[in-house]
Design a binder for this molecule. Structure first.
Ligand code: ZN
Length: 89
C-alpha cells in the first residue's frame, strides 16, 4: 500500500480543473509536440472560461475562488511553447 502525503491536494486539483476549463473554452491549447499549455490570447474564449468557472465551480470551491484560479492559470501561461524555438522569435 503506497501512501504519499499531499500537503495541498485540493490546490493541485483546482489547478488541473482550471486548465481543463480553459481548454474546453478554447482559451488555451497544448503544443502538439511538447504538451505545454499555451495561451491563445482569445478574449472571447477567456470570457467563456470565466463564465463557466463562475457557473460551475468544482465541489467545495466558491465561484470567486474558481474565477481567481482561472485568472491565475492564464497569468502563468505564455502564448508560446517554451520548447518550440520558432515560435519564441
Ligand atoms: Zn512545442
Amino acid at each position: 500500500m503506497l501512501m504519499t502525503k499531499e500537503r495541498r491536494p485540493a490546490i493541485r486539483t483546482l489547478r488541473g480543473w482550471a486548465v481543463n476549463v480553459l481548454q474546453e473554452a478554447g482559451a488555451i491549447h497544448e503544443c502538439e509536440e511538447h504538451g505545454w499549455a499555451r495561451d491563445r490570447a482569445d478574449p472571447h474564449a477567456r470570457t467563456r472560461a470565466l463564465a463557466l468557472a463562475r457557473k460551475h465551480p468544482p465541489d467545495g470551491v466558491s465561484a470567486d475562488q474558481a474565477v481567481a484560479e482561472i485568472n491565475d492559470v492564464l497569468d502563468s501561461i505564455g502564448d508560446a511553447c517554451p520548447e518550440c524555438p520558432d515560435e519564441s522569435l
